[in-house]
Design a protein around this ligand. Structure first.
Ligand SMILES: Nc1ncnc2c1ncn2[C@@H]1O[C@H](COP(=O)(O)OP(=O)(O)OP(=O)(O)O)[C@@H](O)[C@H]1O
Length: 224
């Protein structure tokens, strides 16, 4: 059963064709690594799948909803309720403490502060960073910051986590730890993970790899 299904995606930036007829299907609960050379269209594909960027042509279905036919506000509502995001540099709010950062998506959905912060603390503990709950992101290490960002992505119970080079700024040991925690947490909650990475050892945490070349996506045989 497909959860996210994209067909015939085209996207150009001026004369650069970033996507050139890309197709990809993500099933519920699976961890998919999007790999491929630099500039091949991986991030553009991720942004189209996640409803961050509309393709020039093609469709992106999330369950029975067509993201490409939705207005901006419906699409951002869908992103807020169904998706979680992790980027290369955590992109936490620097003025807020880590627990406030993780609680933020719940607060935006109308959850009361105490309840939101309790849920945030639970997630920080699962990702083994409850020790930095009261610190600001600038006072944490890169690996801790990424774990906080993962807690923030998971706190709303998303169906899909989109992660663009989530370990790109970490050393290999921290990268592996973050991947382990991300995929374990996603498997525990049943969330699918769509992950852009250059690194084979990061892709090794996925169930399946999709290779993007010249703006087209190709499924690799189930590797494991
Ligand atoms: N906002 C943009 N404006 C102009 N060109 C862009 C933009 N975003 C992407 N591109 C171009 O589209 C192509 C695909 O970019 P994309 O970032 O999707 O590739 P990628 O595979 O994620 O690359 P990398 O691995 O280096 O991050 C590249 O040639 C890039 O320069």
């Amino acid at each position: 059963m497909s959860l996210v299904k994209a067909e015939g995606l085209f996207k150009s930036f001026g004369k650069t064709r970033a996507l050139d007829g890309a197709d990809i299907t993500i099933r519920a609960g699976e961890v998919v690594a999007i790999m491929g050379p630099s500039g091949s269209g991986k991030s553009t594909l991720l942004h189209c799948l996640a409803g961050i960027m509309p393709p020039d042509k093609g469709t992106v279905m999330y369950r029975d909803q067509d993201l490409t036919a939705m207005g901006d506000s419906a699409r951002s509502e869908l992103r807020r309720t169904e998706f979680g995001f992790v980027f290369q540099f955590g992109q936490l709010v620097p003025e807020l403490t880590c627990v406030e950062n993780v609680a933020l998506p719940l607060r935006l959905s109308g959850v009361k502060r105490k309840q939101a912060e309790r849920a945030a603390l639970d997630w920080l503990a699962k990702l083994e960073v409850d020790t930095v709950a009261d610190q600001r992101p600038g006072e944490t290490s890169g690996g801790q910051g990424q774990r906080v960002a993962i807690a923030r992505a998971l706190v709303t119970g998303p169906k899909v986590i989109f992660a663009d080079e989530p370990t790109g700024a970490l050393d290999s040991l921290n990268g592996e730890r973050v991947m382990h925690l991300l995929t374990t947490a996603a498997r525990d909650t049943g969330a699918a993970v769509v992950l852009v990475t250059h690194e084979a050892r990061v892709a090794a945490y996925s169930d399946r790899e999709v290779v993007v070349r010249d703006g087209r996506a190709r499924d690799v045989e189930f590797a494991r």
